[in-house]
Design a protein around this ligand. Structure first.
Ligand code: PAF
Length: 292
């Protein structure tokens, strides 16, 4: 496995490889867990060679966010990737990505505006900029992102479409702990007590999804079913709920109750805090099975 922090090396390696072999990239910020490894395995199935990037991108963190405490267990990450048969790990330094005088940023697409875009101004500008730079350095045929970051996947798909970037964005299902908590590098910040309470997110999505399958037509009822499980501010619930919404799965804008919608047009999305740890999760909703 080639490990490089040099963008020129990474690009040369990819260009020498792409002539007759498909390359997949899995962009990460390291601190890898089974969720990331599932993306890597999916990438291995989609391409001949897999590149994983590891870069904790400072421009997608706001000053009060967890950039400084973001875990960076690089040796463990490399050992895991070696075992998965990854061909190259690209792990650039801050200076290689944002050298002194760096001043160019991507203006994110419209789907970046609601939800995370409102609550984390500048976040998707940072994500789009680093992802575009990674795609420039590693001109892969496919990139694999996780559905857990649902809005991020839509933002990257829209950016690729709008800027004519010749890469396919594959979105892989969320991997969960056996009790339902979506895997995330941030789960390691949770205390035992917060970890137990964190299950309110997956319970909320289960409740919402169940109601949708029972043909509940009121969006307010779908959302309040989530809040009933999230119990914001209650001793057994989340400390704070940033949002728990059911929206159009393509635009992430609210769907008007008055227009006719199918549950399969919708996604339920949650962002909630336990202590100072912010967790996100989501579920695509499904209509009840058709009956004759
Ligand atoms: O999802 C992440 O880990 C990051 O947002 C990404 C896509 C690697 C960009 O820094």
């Amino acid at each position: 496995m080639l490990v490089t922090c040099d963008p020129c090396d990474a690009r040369r390696w990819t260009e020498s490889t792409t002539s007759n072999r498909r390359v997949a990239i899995v962009p990460t910020m390291g601190s890898l867990h089974e969720g990331h490894l599932s993306l890597v395995r999916r990438a291995c199935a989609l391409a001949d060679e897999v590149v994983v990037s590891i870069f904790v991108n400072p421009t997608q963190f706001a000053p009060h966010e967890d950039l400084a405490r973001y875990p960076r267990p690089i040796e463990d990450d490399l050992a895991m990737l070696e075992r998965e048969g990854v061909a190259m790990v690209y792990s650039p330094s801050n200076d290689a990505i944002y050298p002194p005088g760096y001043s160019t940023f991507v203006e994110p697409p419209a789907v970046a505006e609601p939800l995370e875009g409102k609550l984390r101004p500048g976040h998707f500008r940072g994500v789009c900029t680093i992802v575009l730079k990674l795609f420039q350095t590693i001109p892969a045929t496919v990139a694999v992102f996780g559905q857990k970051d649902f809005q991020q996947a839509l933002v990257v798909q829209a950016m690729v479409r709008d800027l004519d970037i010749p890469i396919h964005i594959d979105v892989a299902p969320t991997i969960r702990e056996p009790d339902g908590l979506a895997m995330s590098s941030r789960n390691r910040y949770l205390s035992t007590e917060q970890r137990a309470r964190s299950l309110c997110l997956s319970r909320a999505l289960d409740a919402c999804s169940q109601l949708a399958q029972e043909n509940e037509r009121s969006l307010a009822s779908l959302e309040s079913a989530m809040l009933d499980q999230l119990r914001p501010g209650q001793p057994d619930g989340a400390d704070h709920v940033d949002y728990a919404v059911v929206v159009d799965r393509r635009t992430l804008h609210p769907v008007q109750q008055s227009i006719s919608w199918q549950a399969s047009d919708l996604v339920a999305l949650i962002a909630a805090r336990l202590g100072s740890t912010r967790l996100i999760d989501n579920r695509l909703l499904h209509s009840p099975p058709m009956t004759l």
